[in-house]
Write a protein that binds this ligand. Sequence first.
Ligand SMILES: [Zn+2]
Length: 398
Amino acid sequence: MTTTLITNIATLVTNDPALGEGPLGLIADAALVLEGDRVAWAGPAAAAPAADRAVDAGGRAVIPGFVDSHSHLVFAGDRTAEFNARMSGQPYKAGGIRTTVAATRAASDEALSANVARYLREALTQGTTTFETKSGYGLTVEDEARALRIAAEHTDEVTYLGAHIVSPDYADDAAAYVELVTGEMLDACAPYARWVDVFCEKGAFDGDQARAILTAGKAKGLHPRVHANQLTYGPGVQLAVELDAASADHCTHLTDEDVDALANSATVATLLPGAEFSTRAQWPNARRLLDAGATVALSTDCNPGSSFTSSVPFCIALAVRDMGMTPDEAVWSATAGGAAALRRTDVGRLTPGARADLAVLDAPSHVHLAYRPGVPLVTEVWRAGVRVVRAGARDRTT
Ligand SMILES: [Zn+2]
């Protein structure tokens, strides 16, 4: 197997405290050796072993590729008017998710798949090498299964979210919709998915309905994750912890009991500041969760309604500026934290044996991700040992 030495790295983020300084395992003047699709070695450049070929990082920083553990990319249509109205302070008659459901149902398989590919490429050029994505804009047996089949063509981290909202077709009979989501729809969707998710929120699904949906999914071999406590206080976080969900996502409105439950569990608190940004809502308090000892992930929630960004660096900048995270914590949460939210140990770190997924920043340090907000610092991306985005060619993938 060919080995590649990447050397002249000003700062290497390994996310392994045993390899370097602090929780990020930082190594200055570092090098990295890749073998096939894996990392073979990480350490000071002066101590690097020989390799078949060498690549000069030019005094830039290298970080693990971002792990974006929460997105909704299987959709069609656009909600520009809704965003514009919201940001203009006009009262908006909520078409909301239903607008996207109608457009998604009407779209061809090819159009949906092309849309997923487009946003993935956008994310890749910004350093995202692992991503999760969900159904939830079909809300019929056929449309949900189709969304998951298409998602599975693009990633292994596929989430069944038939319980995004009660389907408009069942507007007067939520119980019947829950029965569909836990029955026939689940049967059709489970073969394509790894995860089951539910939007546990006032106006979507209550605690009992969410428990029924997640429990049914678990019985079919899917692992739970939960949209929890986004718009108001509620039972979502406690339910996530009770069912050993990999992640409780949003966590904007938390009681002390919710924070304690997360801190004393294996359930990651995934914060999605793009949603608060795009709805001018209250920020989640990352500092409070971190101080309590919870594991925090940062993700984009990329979707056309409430968070239409594929940029993890943007989320890092928001988390540092407005959610009380240090730059180190935010970078950890967007890499190792995202991996923890997907119960993965092979990504989100640059340690021997991990997948060779990395981003090269046009900056000497990972801190610049927050220090230089809005600047496209990711200049090169390697995925599974292959350089898929090249320096000076951000718009071209090879
Ligand atoms: Zn979401």
